[in-house]
Ligand binder design. Structure first.
Ligand code: ZN
Length: 294
């Protein structure tokens, strides 16, 4: 069995930590470099349910996309929810390693996995990494559909292909309009509207689209000569979950090459914070709130 230090070196080669954003906190959170690794669990969020899953599985290493501690801390006491995760992992000899924005920018990265789940053909990154002469790395991906489909059908495809969440897929635009080109960005993507417009795509699928950026994009799209951009908003966790499968397959391949015999596992625990959804009974204009003064 390989030592943790060897497995981490392989992971760092896939997602070099120096390519993470300045504000990010990637790398190894806990773990003994000399410990042997036989089983690895991949997940999006380093939350208690996932730590418990790693214990149950007998994992030696948990690899997550989101950091446990993004900012500095002065305590890992088990009376805090993050400290409890640390205690659970250390008591059970499980290392935790994070690949966040370094995995976003990789080739293949988080948005490649998202595009793959949606059966999209990638033409290039949405925001190319200037340090990559080949122009393959960067944030988000610009993609084409093999066959144009109506926006409604594309939204249904996304709802069916991404893991189920309470939110499902929200979308904005004429449901019958044909979608030929799509930009995708796994995770929060509403800071990339300028790049999406410049890409001239028919639709943008991402997560966490807030009211103002989405409203402004919609208003600009509707202007004469506007870009007529359709928006699709999925749950943040659901847009990043396909990376978990991709990452596990990447480590499998490395393990085979080295004869490590690692057993990799994919967490199917839903860690999206939203757990339920109450649909509006019908699309009716707002009426006076019952009981409001008139
Ligand atoms: Zn994320």
């Amino acid at each position: 069995m390989p030592a943790l230090i060897d497995v981490l070196a392989a992971l760092d080669a896939l997602w070099p930590p120096e390519r993470a954003e300045q504000w990010d906190a990637v790398g190894t959170v806990c773990g003994d470099p000399d410990a042997e690794v036989g089983r690895v669990l991949f997940a999006v969020d380093p939350v208690q349910e996932v730590a418990d899953e790693a214990v149950k599985l007998g994992a030696d290493l948990l690899v997550t996309h989101h950091p446990l501690y993004l900012r500095g801390t002065t305590t890992v006491a088990a009376s805090t929810f993050k400290g409890r995760v640390v205690h659970t992992l250390i008591k059970n000899d499980i290392a935790l390693h994070v690949a966040h924005t370094n995995a976003d920018r990789a080739d293949p990265g988080v948005s490649d996995a998202l595009a793959g789940a949606l059966d999209l053909r990638i033409t290039g990154p949405l925001v190319p990494d200037p340090t990559d002469p080949a122009g393959r790395r960067g944030l988000g991906r610009v993609c084409e559909l093999d066959h144009p489909v109506a926006l409604r059908d594309f939204a249904e495809r996304a709802a069916a292909r991404l893991p189920a969440t309470a939110q499902g897929i929200r979308f904005s635009g004429d449901p019958d309009r044909l979608i030929r080109t799509v930009a995708v960005c796994g995770g929060s993507g509403d800071s990339l509207f300028a790049e999406v417009r410049a890409a001239g795509v028919d639709a943008y699928l991402t997560a966490d689209l807030r009211h103002h950026p989405a409203s402004e994009a919609q208003q600009a799209a509707a202007m004469p000569g506007g870009d007529d951009l359709a928006l699709l908003d999925a749950a943040h966790w659901a847009t990043e979950w396909p990376w978990v499968e991709q990452a596990a397959a990447q480590l499998d391949e490395i393990s085979d090459r080295h004869g490590w015999g690692l057993r990799t596992h994919i967490s199917r625990t839903v860690t999206d914070p939203w757990t339920a959804h109450a649909p509006t009974p019908a699309h009716v204009p707002p009426t006076t709130t019952p009981g409001a003064p008139r």
